[in-house]
Design a protein around this ligand. Structure first.
Ligand code: TXE
Length: 496
């Protein structure tokens, strides 16, 4: 960035081995905000080798849990110290509003604090094998060298879900942020240096998925790959990793249903239900893996509910994320907006009824950015691609149901299974539907919230493995069973 080297390998900051760079574009106005080094496959080999050496050298993995816990806390302190700078970088890079970026940095901080606490209280599991002479323990050890690949929608947040547990476990790693949004991660790895992370423990490379990403995943010295991104890329990575029997954890997005029952009308929950459906889909212009992009609403209230939603959607202030008046920013890139526009054209051609949006804003001040208006399609059905595929933009589709069973069937009719919402004032029904839905997170009378202490991840093709919570740490650990006989005798099986 700004002539400074952006790749960190074995504790040394350097430029790309072939001198290559990439322009980083502000999606709010199309301007180039930074030029960063673009790593090569040779750099990938060097970075994995550095991580391997730092792991095999043993000093890092021999640190005590208490030492790593303290380090994670120190990182959290530095994140808060640099919160404003990091939030500004995130907004310039992704386009999201500054208010969202500030929340992201607070959430990143919480992830480090959570794993700092968790590693501090982790204990071995003692197993009773039925022989008083045997002490049997299951201990957790770091899995080794990790490749951490993050997407562009929550650049630092998604990376923190990987780096924090990897450090807590005692792993070494190569982090690769999305080539579209690397700036906050570069600043963050500089901050890790300051926190005192030893050389080679966290290596950082920026570059394209096709060349750099595949060089990182196709390397036998890697023990674990944690990836968040699109389904097609996840499939590729899993196939590449299989050749080396490398463990992978994948978070591949979702097509998330938000089921609204008619009882919200009489229970006084109407306005809040409309508000949650609206926020659930249009926050960050829909570029959220858990966005509630499929409204599944009971037929008897559907017309009124959609009308109320459309009125509010049309009033959302789309604008530059640096402007405090903006409620949502642009799409991340010109290419991504083109994909969203294709989906809108597809929805129309499939026969969905366009209720609002379906266009770029007309405000001349936004003409150079990649903005798109909140869009609602009514009269959708599950045979449509616009309902089945992840659009990752500000597009809500509406399907209607007349019975609880039908609502559940619709909610489960997706190849994904990341998240779902249920809105009802009937507690028993709420519990039935929540349990029947095959999704990794289900919100009842709420939408979009998460905590570092509870697992995040998907059923179905939303991926495998979990991030956050105790399982998010377990992904970075191997289990070792130690059988210690304190009074050894001969086994006595073979008689001669
Ligand atoms: O993601 P990619 P893209 C979905 C969303 C979006 C679609 C495509 O639907 O429209 O994916 O987005 C790296 N080996 N999500 O193309 O390509 C890449 O450099 C190794 C859902 O931007 O999956 C980046 O760092 N790495 C999602 C990361 O993968 C590779 C968030 C994600 O990019 C690689 C983002 C390869 N062969 C998009 N190819 C979510 N789950 O939240 C790419 N990469």
């Amino acid at each position: 960035m700004d002539g400074e080297p952006d790749l960190c390998i074995g504790g040394t900051w350097r430029h790309a081995s072939d001198g290559g760079t990439r322009d980083i574009v502000n999606p709010a106005d199309g301007s180039v905000v930074a030029v960063v080094d673009e790593a090569t496959p040779d750099d990938a080999r060097d970075a994995v080798a550095a991580a391997r050496a730092a792991f095999d050298g043993g000093a890092w993995r021999a640190t005590t849990a208490a030492e790593r816990s303290e380090l994670l806390n120190r990182i959290a302190d530095l994140l808060q110290r640099d919160k404003e700078d990091l939030a500004h970088l995130e907004t310039r890079d992704t386009g999201k509003t500054l208010a969202e970026s500030r929340i992201d940095i607070d959430d990143v901080t919480s992830v480090f604090r959570y794993y700092s606490r968790l590693i501090g209280v982790e204990a071995d599991t003692l197993v009773d094998v039925g022989d008083p002479a045997v002490i049997s323990r299951v201990v957790r050890e770091p899995i080794g060298v990790c490749v951490l690949i993050a997407p562009w929608n929550y650049p630092l947040l998604q990376m923190s879900w990987k780096v924090a547990p990897a450090l807590a476990a005692g792993c070494t790693m190569v982090a690769k942020p999305s080539e579209v949004t690397p700036l906050s991660t570069i600043a963050f790895v500089r901050l890790l240096d300051e926190a005192g992370i030893p050389p080679g423990v966290v290596n950082l490379l920026q570059g394209s998925g096709a060349t750099l990403g595949s060089a990182l995943t196709d390397n036998p010295d890697v023990d674990f790959i944690s990836f968040t991104g699109g389904l097609a890329t996840g499939r590729n990575i899993a196939a590449t990793a299989a050749a080396h029997v490398t463990k992978v954890a994948l978070e591949l997005g979702g097509k998330n249903p938000h089921i609204v029952f008619a009882d919200v009308r009489d229970s006084g929950d109407w306005d809040a239900a409309v508000d949650h459906v609206l926020t659930g889909v249009f926050l960050h212009s829909g570029q959220v893996c858990s966005a509630g992009t499929r409204l599944i609403v009971e037929e008897s209230i559907a017309d009124d509910f959609v009308a109320a939603l459309a009125e509010r959607a049309a009033a959302i202030r789309v604008g530059n994320g640096m402007d405090p008046a903006s409620e949502t920013g642009p799409l991340v890139s010109e290419q991504h907006r083109a994909k969203v526009e294709d989906y809108v054209a597809l929805g129309i051609s499939e026969g969905a009824k366009l209720v609002c949006g379906g266009a770029r804003p007309t405000d001349a001040a936004l003409a150079d950015g990649y903005f798109y208006l909140p869009t609602i399609f009514d009269r959708c059905d599950r045979s449509m691609r616009i309902v089945a595929e992840e659009t990752f933009g500000p597009i809500l589709t509406v399907e209607r149901f007349t019975s609880e069973d039908e609502a559940i069937a619709l909610g489960n009719d997706t190849e994904y299974g990341l998240a779902a919402g249920v809105r009802t004032s009937d507690a028993a029904r709420g519990e039935r539907v929540v349990r029947a839905l095959r999704h990794g997170t289900v919100w009842l009378n709420d939408f979009g919230y998460y905590t570092a202490s509870a697992e995040w991840g998907g059923f179905g093709k939303s991926g495998n493995g979990r991030e956050l919570g105790p399982s998010g740490l377990a992904e970075y650990q191997e289990l070792k069973h130690i059988w210690h006989n304190t009074a050894p005798t001969a086994a006595g099986w073979f008689k001669n």
